[in-house]
Write a protein that binds this ligand. Structure first.
Ligand SMILES: Nc1ncnc2c1ncn2[C@@H]1O[C@H](COP(=O)(O)OP(=O)(O)OP(=O)(O)O)[C@@H](O)[C@H]1O
Ligand SMILES: [Mg+2]
Length: 323
């Protein structure tokens, strides 16, 4: 793999400029984690481009958290290699940890510390200069609409506020790469929407985002590219549109028919729209029904997922911890 650092710094002299090379924020090759007989992550390889939102989409137990834990230096790979922000995961994990932000599945903040003090503590860990801490903490509290919760202990915040503060704490040192493990699980609709909007804003600021999810619409809405992870293996990596077009086999038309016992919506498939409509018309004629309206259905990410992974949609809809 091309092991070129994300930012290549040249010595500055006459006629020389610092050259920034837009490259991969993450490069993974054959990354593997074995727990006893279980291959939790099985030789996965992919690249995350600088500045993109990359989603690892898979059902419960697919290996999403294990992958994030390896890439963030919390779990040691059994095999394989990776570069994160141009740094070698196996030999430079400590430097990687200083440069990335991580929002774990379960918050790593302290229940008894206030919102403000949790941020100050995170800044100490990340080495944010002392004189900047107070202002940065207040700025983040405002940005995450937690200004009036400054002195409230973490444990007393609502679930959505706790998640927001956990994200804020991951951003204290302005990382260029943020890892989020299932960012919206357990959040109400409004909090989930707010968090997705924040991810969009960070992307606009040029932050690379690596997130895991088992919500297809979340991957579809947020991600520039999606990797489908099933039983520790990556089945496909592509844009949402790319995944959909891979799965597309013919066209489905949805037809609203009336007659006989009432009205109903029926679906017909064909090689193209014309072929599908011909089947629909033949059906209507044979049954003595009248076609009232017609929609052409585009394949959803769910259709693509089912075709590419061979799993059912129900597997993905299973709630966390309740497979
Ligand atoms: N420390 C561990 N020891 C043993 N097995 C583990 C350990 N951590 C994870 N596993 C196993 O590895 C597999 C992948 O787990 P992982 O938590 O990475 O999945 P996930 O995709 O994050 O699932 P979820 O959607 O439920 O969070 C599972 O079978 C899990 O039981
Ligand atoms: Mg997980």
């Amino acid at each position: 793999m091309g092991l070129v650092p994300l930012l290549r710094r040249l010595p500055l002299g006459t006629g020389q400029r610092a050259v920034s090379v837009t490259m991969f924020a993450i490069e993974v090759e054959g990354l593997t984690k074995r727990y006893g007989n279980l291959l939790a992550v099985d030789h996965i390889s992919f690249e995350v481009r600088a500045g993109e939102v990359f989603a690892l989409l898979g059902p419960n137990g697919a290996g999403k958290t294990t992958t994030i834990r390896m890439l963030t230096g919390l779990a040691r790979p059994t095999a394989g290699r990776a570069r994160v922000l141009g740094l070698d995961l196996l030999t430079e994990a400590a430097r990687i940890k200083k440069r990335i932000g991580v929002v774990p599945e379960r918050s790593n903040l302290y229940d008894e510390l206030s919102a403000f003090d949790n941020l100050i503590f995170a800044m100490q860990l990340y080495g944010v200069p002392r004189r900047e801490r107070k202002r940065r903490a207040e700025e983040l509290l405002e940005q995450f609409r937690l200004g009036d919760k400054r002195d409230v202990p973490f444990a007393r915040l609502s679930r959505g506020m706790r998640r927001a503060l956990t994200v804020a704490a991951a951003l204290v040192h302005r990382p260029r790469l943020l890892f989020l493990d299932e960012p919206t699980v357990g959040l109400d609709v409004v909090s989930a929407h707010g968090l997705r909007a924040l991810i969009g804003r960070l992307r606009e600021e040029g932050v690379t985002i690596f997130l895991t999810t088992h919500y297809m619409e979340e991957a579809e809405r947020l991600a520039d590219r999606v990797a489908l992870l099933v039983r520790g293996r990556i089945v496909a990596v592509d844009t949402v549109d790319g995944l959909k077009s891979r799965a597309q086999q013919g066209v489905t038309v949805e037809v609203h028919v009336q007659g006989g016992s009432g009205e109903e919506w029926l679906r017909f498939q064909g090689e193209d729209v014309e072929a599908a409509l011909r089947v629909a018309l033949a059906h209507a004629e044979a049954e003595g029904k009248r076609i009232v309206s017609v929609n052409t259905l585009r394949p959803t990410l769910e259709d693509a997922f089912i075709q590419l992974t061979g799993l059912s949609a129900e597997v993905m809809r299973a709630e966390k911890g309740k497979p």
